[in-house]
Design a protein around this ligand. Structure first.
Ligand SMILES: O=C(O)CCC(=O)C(=O)O
Ligand SMILES: [Fe+2]
Length: 136
């Protein structure tokens, strides 16, 4: 389903910030990928929103990579896997990270494909809910 055809490596450099309390590194967002793999240095600052209530630090573990579920996986899994909201806080120390996005094929709008939940991952209960809501 072309979920690894659009690949993008995004390398981030966050300069040291004299007043981290007054700034933001990357504002809260979800990734529009299928999966994102992130390598971060030991500075810290990456946070994930837990239960839509509070931010949890994603600590640096030497040799470990962070894997984020993206919007595309949420869509095709019919919400079984949730795209996580995350952000990056600035720090007094500079920070480096590399995010590798796996997404669908990049195509001009006219030739772009429409995607929806994979039938095999759609439970009967859930599809009947969808049916009910679509018929009002
Ligand atoms: O710098 C990070 O750790 C995360 C970057 C990020 O969330 C993104 O590029 O979408
Ligand atoms: Fe992100």
């Amino acid at each position: 389903m072309e979920c690894n055809e659009g690949k993008l490596l995004s390398c981030h450099y966050y300069p040291e910030c004299p007043e981290p309390d007054l700034a933001i590194g990357i504002t809260k967002h979800t990734d529009n990928s299928f999966l994102t793999i992130v390598a971060q240095d030991q500075t810290g600052g990456l946070q994930v929103l837990h239960k839509n209530q509070f931010w949890v630090d994603v600590e640096h573990i030497p040799g470990a990579l962070v894997v984020n579920i993206g919007d595309f996986l949420q869509l095709v899994s019919n919400d079984k896997f949730k795209s996580n909201v995350h952000r990056v806080l600035p720090s007094h120390k500079p920070r480096v990270s590399a995010a590798f996005f796996f997404g669908g094929r990049l195509a001009p709008l006219a030739t772009a494909r429409l995607y929806g939940p994979i039938k095999e991952l759609t439970s009967e209960k859930k599809s009947s809910q969808v049916q009910r809501s679509s018929t009002g």
